[in-house]
Design a protein around this ligand. Structure first.
Ligand SMILES: Nc1ncnc2c1ncn2[C@@H]1O[C@H](COP(=O)(O)OP(=O)(O)OP(=O)(O)O)[C@@H](O)[C@H]1O
Ligand SMILES: [Mg+2]
Length: 317
């Protein structure tokens, strides 16, 4: 998700939205900018309560919701039969078996026609990010390498996931991300490239050569993302989440994982003609949510009467 150009984060878009809404006149907030930090922070205050936006992080999700989304194994265990997640198994990094024995046990399963695990297999850390140590293993040797690399990494969770590969002979399925707020898809896009993808970055779409984001508006796709987001919102308190997804050849959407503080909004703005407008609409909706937590603030009135006065300068501290 890194890129060479200047970054802009959700927090910055929230500051824009807040200023456009009338700044302090609409809702009290404090803006922090530190020279050593790439993202500003905006903290809305309602009496004792504070709502902070920093990098891609919002104050909206229940704490358990953040854990559920960040722990890919917990997500599969909790929701494996409720939302479309690829079949997944877990092995502990500190499993007492040595690599050879562990690989042998997995091989046996992968070769058993009754087991849902089969080659090619995706091997990845149970709580990873930035595509670190995500491998597609086609045979024993690659499996052993992927297991070793994950065991050598003390971070990114205590486990290694073995997951069904979402692709076929023609290659990986379409790579789609759905950014959702309160059970609704706010932004959906596909990452594509016309250039060949080298094997070593197959599982790292941020580094595909020539990768671009294109908006996805297909109602059949949006409906599926909405329905997944709605389930997580209603039953698990997940308000803001970006799903990394795959769309198979039949048009079925699969959830690979979720991110509760996604980055890359600036790339969306740069690459999608409609991107700026979509992000703006999402920030507006987030600001509405912040203000809805403060019943003493009659923001519609304030906005109408004072919004035109121009945004005040933010506090620097
Ligand atoms: N089961 C799978 N089948 C096919 N491709 C997969 C699978 N799991 C992961 N990938 C590929 O690897 C990428 C990274 O995997 P995933 O999103 O699970 O890990 P991550 O480390 O959280 O990545 P990031 O932070 O870059 O989104 C996916 O976007 C996808 O391209
Ligand atoms: Mg991902």
């Amino acid at each position: 998700m890194e890129d060479e150009e200047g970054h802009k984060y959700l927090a910055s878009y929230m500051i824009d939205a807040w200023r456009a809404r009338g700044g302090h006149a609409a809702v009290p907030a404090k803006v922090r900018r530190e020279s050593f930090c790439d993202s500003p922070e905006i903290i809305f205050t309602h009496g004792e309560r504070q709502f902070s936006f920093f990098f891609g992080k919002t104050p909206f999700n229940d704490p358990q919701a953040d854990t559920l989304i960040s722990d890919k194994w917990l997500l599969f265990q909790t929701l494996g039969d409720q939302i479309p997640l690829p079949y997944t198994e877990f092995v502990a990094k500190d499993d007492p078996r040595d690599d050879a024995a562990l690989v042998q046990a997995i091989l046996q399963k992968a070769e058993d026609p009754h087991s849902p695990l089969a080659f090619p297999l995706v091997v990845k850390p149970s709580e990873g990010s930035l595509s670190r140590n995500v491998f597609i293993a086609h045979e024993a040797h690659e499996l052993a390498r992927a297991i070793r690399a994950n065991r050598d990494d003390p971070d990114n969770g205590p486990g290694i996931l073995l997951q069904r590969y979402l692709g076929d002979e023609e290659g990986l399925f379409r790579e789609i991300r759905g950014i959702c707020l309160d059970g609704r898809t706010m932004i959906a896009y596909e990452r594509t490239t016309t250039q060949p993808i080298p094997d070593n970055v197959l599982t790292d779409p941020a580094h595909w050569p020539g990768v671009v984001r294109r908006e996805v508006t297909d109602p059949a796709i949006i409906e599926q993302i909405d329905s997944i987001a709605d389930r997580l919102h209603e039953d698990y308190g997940v308000c803001y989440v970006a799903f990394d997804m795959k769309c198979d050849r039949d048009g079925k959407m699969w959830v690979l994982e979720g991110n509760v503080a996604p980055l890359g909004l600036d790339e969306i703005e740069r690459q999608m003609p409609n991107g700026g407008a979509l992000i703006h609409a999402m920030a507006e909706k987030m600001l509405d949510k912040v203000m809805a937590h403060a019943p003493q603030l009659q923001y519609h009135q304030d906005y109408d009467s004072q919004g035109a006065a121009g945004p005040p300068e933010p506090d620097f501290s």
